[in-house]
Design a protein around this ligand. Structure first.
Ligand code: CMP
Length: 131
């Protein structure tokens, strides 16, 4: 996902460029604004965390880009491309290092396992929306 901060700061194109240059194939993509219900459900795994309410508010503050990406070892490769959750700790050249401002407004989300990639892909896309 490209998050509301990166969208409103005009970084959609640059981030997609980095993703494609990183060798990822885009299988599905959509530009949408999440409702509180949808964002809350997407991040349900974090429901008990103290930042959950703010995370849902932030993720519904503007449109996002959701995408399914394909590459060998895609989860690991994408996490490397985006850098640490906290942009202050993200390596130079990573997407969060270049485009993120804070741990909450951290420009992008990437799935943390193959199982979650499948769950999150199914959350946003039906089979007929995939190439
Ligand atoms: P993301 O990869 O989308 O998964 C959960 C998100 O919670 C995370 O990125 C951060 O943007 C957000 N978040 C906000 N505060 C914190 C925090 N203190 N620790 C971890 N994640 C946080």
């Amino acid at each position: 996902m490209i998050k509301p901060d990166a969208v409103s700061n005009g970084h959609i194109g640059a981030i997609l460029n980095d993703i494609i240059a990183g060798g990822f194939k885009i299988i599905a993509m959509k530009y949408i604004r999440l409702s509180k219900e949808t964002a809350g459900a997407f991040y349900a795994v974090h429901a008990a965390r103290p930042f959950y309410g703010e995370l849902v508010d932030f993720m519904t503050s503007g449109p996002i880009v959701a995408a399914i990406l394909e590459k060998d070892s895609a989860v690991e490769a994408f996490r490397k491309l985006i850098g640490a959750t906290d942009p202050a700790k993200a390596e130079a050249g990573t997407i969060r290092n270049k485009y993120a401002k804070s741990i909450e407004a951290n420009a992008v989300h990437g799935s943390d396992s193959d199982d979650n990639a499948e769950i999150e892909g199914n959350f946003f896309f039906s089979q007929v929306e995939r190439f």
